[in-house]
Design a protein around this ligand. Structure first.
Ligand code: ATP
Length: 280
């Protein structure tokens, strides 16, 4: 009985310790909160504007120093620049994963800080650098973007993202379990699933953060073209790594050290002979 009592005592103690940790987590105040009575975002056209945005993840280390640009509805814009320039940070701010220190980010004239986060994120389809997959089937992983979508919608999105081919060749097809965080798929296959999710979500604003970096050049060109084609009447903002794929974009913004140093069409930038031409 003493042995038993010892075990029960230990189990209860451990339970209390775990509960403390859980409550501490639940009680952690969120850094980004909806303003009281915030309305839902009303997307009319998908106009994106950054107005003199200053931001740093830590107070003493500014990352963005006065970023100012606008993306007209229905156009495609690529953001390029050296590693650490702040490209992904702009995308994080557009999704309001963090709040800006100064300036504002607007969608159709509404500051992202003034609307509910749910409505903001519903208006954005994001293909991030790292696609997070759940340890479930491919079907469920794509459908995650829009849980009420029919099987046919999922197939159509998968076809558009060029992942129907490789999925159909798997012995269990769409019922294949992808492994913890998608480890049973290659980086390129995971990216295609991420792109299929974006197609399925069918949001008015699409954000691609190096969405095709894990693909070979040929597939990358093909998917980049499919993306721009499918997303014709949408606003597309893409962080691009490989300059070779930029010709499909209407406009290119060049960032360096947290600022925009150049901006224009690919042809203009090449002709100007500035930082973009040097990178090329
Ligand atoms: P890359 O092309 O390498 O992805 P990037 O231009 O997208 O680069 P960002 O990811 O925007 O660069 O990062 C800009 C700076 O912000 C970097 O110096 C980085 O160290 C810093 N940074 C990024 N995320 C965080 C974070 N969560 N906390 C603190 N600093 C961060």
């Amino acid at each position: 009985p003493l042995d038993m009592l010892g075990m029960v005592y230990r189990t209860i103690r451990q339970g209390l310790v775990d509960m403390d940790a859980m409550f501490a987590l639940v009680d952690t105040p969120a850094e980004v909160v909806d303003a009281p009575g915030a309305p839902a975002l009303a997307v009319r056209a998908g106009h994106v504007r950054f107005e003199d945005v200053h931001f740093g993840y830590e107070a003493e280390r500014p990352i963005l120093r006065g970023v100012d640009f606008e993306v007209k509805p229905g156009t495609t814009t690529a953001v390029v620049g050296p590693s650490g320039a702040g490209k992904s940070t702009c995308i994080n701010l557009l999704q309001r994963l963090y709040d800006v220190d100064k300036g504002q980010v607007l969608i159709d004239g509404q500051p992202v800080t003034s609307v509910t986060q749910d409505s903001l994120r519903a208006a954005l389809a994001v293909v991030p650098q790292e696609i997070v997959l759940f340890h479930r089937t491919i079907m469920e992983n794509i459908r995650f973007a829009r849980p009420e979508a029919s099987d046919d919608d999922v197939f159509a999105a998968a076809r558009a993202a060029h992942c129907h081919g490789f999925v159909s060749r798997l012995p269990q097809g769409y019922d294949t379990i992808v492994g913890e965080r998608g480890t049973r798929l290659s980086g390129g296959q995971r990216q295609r699933i991420g792109i299929a999710r974006a197609f399925l979500k069918d949001a008015p604003i699409i954000i691609l953060d190096e969405a095709t970096s894990a693909l070979d050049t040929e597939s990358e060109m093909e998917i980049q073209r499919a993306l721009v084609e499918q997303m014709r009447d949408r606003t597309v903002i893409a962080v691009a790594h490989r300059l070779s794929t930029l010709s499909v974009f209407d406009r290119i913004i060049v960032m360096k050290g947290g600022r925009i140093v150049e901006d224009g069409t690919m042809r203009e930038l090449m002709r100007r002979g500035g930082p973009f031409a040097a990178m090329w």
